[in-house]
Design a protein around this ligand. Sequence first.
Ligand code: DX5
Ligand code: ZN
Length: 217
Amino acid sequence: MKNIKIAPSILSANFAKMGEEVRSLEQCGADLVHCDVMDGVFVNNITFGIKMVEDLRKITTLPLDCHLMIVHPEKYVERFAKAGADIITVHWEACQDNLKEVLMLIKSTGVKCGAVINPDTPVEKIKDVILLCDMVLVMSVFPGFGGQKFIPSALDKLREIRKIIDESGKEIDLQIDGGVTAENVAEIKAAGANVIVAGSAVFKAEDRAEMIQKLKE
Ligand code: DX5
Ligand code: ZN
């Protein structure tokens, strides 16, 4: 069985208490902190950026998994890396023909890199770069907001990518993001995801530690 990692998304945290929220995730057994960076252009919402990553870096040892939902991510990669990001993921929809170049730029900063596809983008678009990635992220909602419903066609994409990864023999993480709950997590893992993002499921849970444990086992 693959090593399952849980990456709570701080999009669902209380932004006015972010330090406490991240410390609580650490105590509750989270494996990564998923940081949803949104620019109001690539998606219809605005969150936070480099300064948040820089400040969180000082208060947690958990890896900071930075999901960039921004246009021209290449402009900011070096600053996110310098701020303390451990993983930077960029969308095919934002980079298109430059995706490989942007992934290489991320790698050149010493940070792990990942490619992301939206629910309406086929795996085909990233086929050439999958094996260059440290992580591949399949969106199971259209990015922009937490608390949306899981789109089941993501499961087929997970299976398709998992097959490519396993056949290569490389250690590449496969992440799912959007609408994950305690109810659907088993089929998501069975489809091949090993890094599970969960925003509302963790932050709305009465007991965060128990929810993280549930998602993991
Ligand atoms: C959506 C974000 C997700 C979001 C997930 O644009 O990329 O990371 O926070 O939230 P839930 O788990 O509530 O769907
Ligand atoms: Zn995300």
